[in-house]
Design a protein around this ligand. Structure first.
Ligand code: RB5
Length: 157
């Protein structure tokens, strides 16, 4: 990856539907090349599949502490982000640019990144991935806000 080293070595859980499989495979290759461990939860080909199945697998890996971060790719990223954010332990950012990639880590402590393969190009996706993994959570006032997200999850029917 030509975007500079991604600091420490991480375990990344990747998932995609048919709309995101090509980009997911490209990101997996870049991550492996950068020295990260990639756990690929599919899909593996162009056959039509249902994005919630792959969001579920990746989010379970994060909640079970089998991976540090999740990367989910579908056509728009929207379905994957909706599915992922139904998990109480998941904070998934749907990101289309480097700035929101950085801020969803710094402010939201996102542990899953959702991307839309039909919305952004491969180069933008690679830049987003680098920014997401290179940014640490800032903590401080953002901790209080994240705690309120968890309260909402517990009380909302
Ligand atoms: C699949 O056609 C498409 O609906 C899916 O990839 C995603 O964009 C859903 O949000």
């Amino acid at each position: 990856m030509v975007r500079g080293a991604m600091t420490r070595s991480l375990i990344l859980a990747l998932g995609a539907d048919h709309g995101g499989v090509a980009l997911k495979n490209r990101l997996a290759a870049a991550l492996a090349e950068a020295g990260h461990e990639v756990r690929d939860y599919g899909t593996d080909g162009p056959a039509s599949v249902d994005y919630p199945d792959f969001a579920q697998a990746v989010c379970a890996a994060i909640e079970d502490k089998q991976a540090d971060f999740g990367i989910l790719v579908c056509g728009t990223g929207i379905g994957m982000s909706i599915a992922a954010n139904r998990h109480p332990g998941i904070r998934c950012g749907l990101v289309h640019d480097v700035t929101t990639a950085r801020l969803t880590r710094a402010h939201n402590n996102a542990n899953v990144l959702a991307l839309g393969a039909r919305i952004i190009g491969e180069e933008v996706a690679l830049d987003i991935l680098h920014a997401f993994l290179a940014t640490e959570f800032e903590g401080g006032r953002h901790e209080r806000r994240l705690a309120k997200l968890n309260q909402a999850t517990e009380t909302t029917p």
